[in-house]
Design a protein around this ligand. Sequence first.
Ligand code: BES
Ligand code: MN
Ligand code: ZN
Length: 490
Amino acid sequence: MKFKFTEQASTKGAVCVAIFAGSKFSDAANAMDDASGGAIRRAIDSSRFGGKPAQIIEVLAPVGVNASRIIIAGVGEQNNDMTLAWEAFGAGVLQKVLTSGEQELTFITGDLDGSYCARIAFGAKLAAYRFDKHRTKLQEDKKPSITSICIETSNKKRARDEFSLLDEVAEGVHLARDLVSEPGNMIHPESFAERVESLSKNGLEIEILDEKDMGKLGMNALLSVGAGSKYGSKLAIMKWFGGPKGEAPVVLVGKGVTFDTGGISLKPGNGMWDMKGDMGGAAAVTGAMRSLAGRKAKANVIGIVGLVENMPDALATRPGDIVTSANGQTIEIQNTDAEGRLVLVDALWYGLTSFKPSRIIDLATLTGAIIVSLGHENAGLFCNDDSLAGDLTSAGKLSGEPVWRLPLGSGYDKLIDTPNADMKNIGGPTAGSITAAQFLQRFVGDVPWAHIDIAGMAWKEKRPDPRESVWATGFGVRLLDRFIAEYHES
Ligand code: BES
Ligand code: MN
Ligand code: ZN
């Protein structure tokens, strides 16, 4: 899809104007209404359109203008920060016309602030994402028809400059969605690692550790998860040094269980297929690294993803097995389905010891319990540092990928004690997301650390957000990108 910013658009195809809540017209909408002999006002009068977000009406084949259709779309109430509102506007309109048969979509924005114009384009790009690659029988009239998007604006330069950065963020989101959507036979630890390797063309320095390398380092917690898989487990490291030389990096760690059967503690069959998305944390970290490199972020950031497949097999880990993690602590694996934390602690250890980060953040589809707590509206945030928690919470609000902090504490920590080893990998029947976070905390020491449980966010059955056009959301890419932009770039 092509994006263009111009002062004077040709206004062929679908042409869109924004209306604010209460049917308040922008200048651009007024001009279009005049040109079409009042078609917009008449359309609004003959409908229940009120300018609310996500409200859209279409006027087909209007007289007096070149456009083959006028799209009248609501933006909602005007307020101080319309960034996310304009994103949602662009996304909603694009979804409306994507398969309409129109090839061109033009937004008439008049003198709307250039960064808001860029947000319209960003929203449209996010909404245009599809996962059609495995569909060989998609009917012609169900295929996307829009090939180019034009933003007519008097603030062309600002709009274009800001979109060129957001475009890179959208590429990162699309990459994360691709990774989450691909099934376990297509994205497994080895093919995921290859995709990471291909990001060297985007300017990232890549390093891949295989099972032999990790064995030497004593990363037996991670290795125990992949023991039953025919694919070799991998640790993929992406490095971006765009910040001051020698400045301690931020390390991002992702859970990359490319398929989670539960292992010997096998999950029930119903709905198990969606565990192809259990690498959502790794996808978010990979997508974020792609975004940061793409927009040449002025920060030092390392992405580390632990890539394993959790399968039952003669060689698989058994419940009750005890393993020694890379930092020396022993773990009794009482349930092989609580595997994400085993992957994360060795990946965290690698990040801490190799890079001495200023802050370390992990993302993981870690627990079903976080969906019970927060549903599909917020990711769960666990953090040992109030300033880091505050920064992530703000970045979440600004990016539209919100996180909600939950507590840690010694009472919860006791729940993972066991007489047989330093700790067990499950707690009791209560506070499942917190005991998982306590487990991680035992490996991070004093370094400011945050754990973001994205089990309810990495994919969604229902998609109320127009930016999220498919099952996989790419959650985390915009959050991490914004976090780095706000708090780690000079
Ligand atoms: N990958 C799952 C968590 C999950 C559940 C992610 C639903 C997305 C949607 C994780 O590995 C898991 O199986 N967790 C167990 C932990 C339990 C055995 C302590 C769970 O949540 O049931
Ligand atoms: Mn599991
Ligand atoms: Zn899992």
